[in-house]
Design a protein around this ligand. Sequence first.
Ligand code: 8YV
Length: 328
Amino acid sequence: MNLKNIIILITRKLPEKIEKKLKHNFTVYINKNDKKLSYNDLKKKINNVDILIPCISDTIDASIIKSGKKLKLIANFGNGVDNLDLVTAKEENVLVTNTPDVLTEDTADLVLTMILMISRKVVEAQKQLMDGNWTGWGPSETMGQRIKGKIVGIIGMGRIGSAVAKRLKILGVKIFYHNRRRLNKSQERNYNAQYFENLDYMISKADIITIHCPYTPETFHLLSKKRLKLLKKNCIIINTSRGEIIDEQAMANLLFQKKIGGAGLDVFENEPQITPKLLESDNVILLPHISSATIESRIAMGERVIKNIECFTSGKKPPDLVNKLNYD
Ligand code: 8YV
């Protein structure tokens, strides 16, 4: 097969090195200035494309997939695939791959960064100084909370949840976790982690809660308005997974009323929109979905996309298949 006959559409600007590698072998439509394609543009552009490389910022729904008359593979540039209609992809015989592993450590680092910054009120303290309001040391100035001995509840103990647990163990916290399946004894020992089947109970005991489950119809508003009421008054919520897993409005109200301790959020329910009350709340860190934004991670994600495409075009099973289709 002449690979140059294979047409690839990359919806966003990827690292130069990755685009160059793809262009070397295939016919590639790139997005030079990274302007997000409108829904209708994407629908038109996908028409004669064999392989689509989308990102989280693209909604690849049934209508888009069906417009890709020649579409055979969606090689998602990202780990989460909640932006894709997997059911339609399967019906239309379109394979889907993602980029697991390569962004685990960077995401876990950002979780730890937010836990430490919020517990020690770093943003608030810096603001006081930068605003020119620091009058000198005082024994009761900007007091945070000690991390050691605190209970951290991890929701979702997959790759990223486990990488977070590994880092937290060094800080001497107690690790509780809730997961679809329980880890084996040696893994639990390794992370010093205690399993809780009952999510309500676990979150009511935790000082910090961090979310690492994927967003699926089952996890939509997993932290619902009702559940959020179970949290301790000082509880800190960290979310680097997907905004839809928490009822953002309910969480914002609790933060604003100081009924919970703080939040570190890298993801939001309706990105790039943010519930206004969050912006008015104290002790929050609000970031624009940057948990995997390192040069190393972006290149590794791109390499993973290339590997999946190369396997597919040479008739081999792509390593990161999300839907198995013909390879079952
Ligand atoms: C990525 C992410 O940056 O991989 C994921 O699931 O949420 C992000 O860290 C994004 O998906 C890129 O498309």
